[in-house]
Design a binder for this molecule. Structure first.
Ligand SMILES: [Zn+2]
Ligand SMILES: [Zn+2]
Length: 344
């Protein structure tokens, strides 16, 4: 595991709270102490696909952005963002985004526009989750053996794929593809950073939701360029779904408390910061990365914390805050503010 390195802090074990970020000297107010760099996996929800720049995540009050690349189904602020995106992704990744765009267009009838449909079934348990993923891993393995001598089927119309093609969720496919590309490019970072994140082994809202993720993996695997297929495994897609549950940073318009919730992303190095309901670090999104800066002067030895709650949640009562944190992140908040309010 490779924690972030900084002149301002160390990552240390905190008794009873895993690991945390501790100021290694006095830090003045307003100091940027950390930059997360690009996410390891992310999704811009489909409903925002014409409004959010694929490179810098900028959103212009719901306006359709001027530069559109129909071949990858993405929009950009201008030609410069488009060019930077292409350079950052590289030819292979751009070809994969094109394959995905083509796939969703050819199969547009099966496209499910949102993944927030009301669940018709209950939350699957960990055993059920493992079984689903093992089944699709085995299926994809079997397809691989069948198709090695034949040309690859790129639009999912083959008979073997039919059972997995009933519904297509472009948000899940795009999320998985972003992670596959990251893994292909930085396999060591994947192993050292993403795999060390806290996982939620049953993050799926319903059996349909679980199936949508498993089928998304099968669909994505079937359309990827061969060089990327080895990075697209059931294990990898499962990790993305299960790490996202506890480590997601919302992609919002404007400030961190912006009103539009346009998607989410995983930044493994930023996940070292623990939560406080009265955080001494603030964060702001700069392009697709996050900057973390001190809200006031920090003494040496002080733990640097961010807030996991959204802007509208800061005014909740002690009980409401603790309940929300418990639901989403599965911990009982014992921050200074909570302890103080609990003692009152
Ligand atoms: Zn842009
Ligand atoms: Zn708290």
């Amino acid at each position: 595991m490779s924690p972030p390195v900084s002149e301002y802090f160390n990552v240390q074990d905190i008794p009873g709270a895993g690991r945390g970020v501790i100021a290694s000297s006095r830090i003045p107010v307003g100091t940027v102490i950390f930059d997360s760099e690009s996410p390891a996996a992310h999704v811009i929800f489909r409903q925002y696909r014409k409004e959010v720049c694929a490179y810098c995540f900028r959103y212009d009050r719901g306006r359709t952005l001027p530069v559109r690349d129909a071949s990858v189904g993405k929009v950009f602020c201008d030609a410069s963002c488009q060019e930077k995106w292409q350079r950052k992704e590289g030819d292979l990744a751009v070809a994969a985004w094109q394959a995905l765009q083509n796939f969703t267009q050819v199969n547009s009838k099966a496209v499910e526009d949102t993944w927030s449909d009301a669940p018709r079934t209950g939350k699957p348990d960990a055993k059920n989750v493992s079984k689903h993923w093992a089944d699709v891993a085995q299926q994809v393995d079997a397809f691989g053996k069948q198709t090695t001598k034949r040309s690859n089927n790129k639009n999912g119309s083959s008979k073997t794929l039919k059972p997995f093609m009933k519904q297509i969720n472009p948000d899940i496919l795009g999320l998985f593809l972003s992670g596959v590309i990251f893994h292909h490019r930085q396999p060591e970072d994947w192993k050292n950073e993403v795999l060390s994140l806290a996982m939620d082994h049953a993050p799926y809202r319903s059996v349909e939701d679980l199936e949508a993720h498993c089928n998304g993996f099968v669909q994505l695997h079937s359309i990827l360029p061969p060089e990327l297929q080895s990075s697209c495994t059931a294990d990898l897609c499962r990790v993305i779904a299960e790490a996202g549950s506890h480590n997601a940073f919302g992609i919002r318009s404007g400030s961190e408390d912006g009103e539009e919730y346009m998607g989410w992303a995983i930044y493994p190095s930023a996940s070292y910061f623990n939560h406080s309901c009265n955080p001494n670090l603030m964060k702001r999104r700069v392009g697709s990365a996050w900057e973390f800066w001190t809200a006031w002067e920090l003494e040496e030895g002080k733990q640097c914390c961010i807030s996991y709650l959204g802007g509208d949640e800061k005014d909740l009562t002690l009980t409401e805050r603790r309940q929300r944190l418990k639901e989403a992140w599965e911990f009982e908040c014992m921050c200074e503010r909570c302890q103080q309010e609990a003692a009152e």
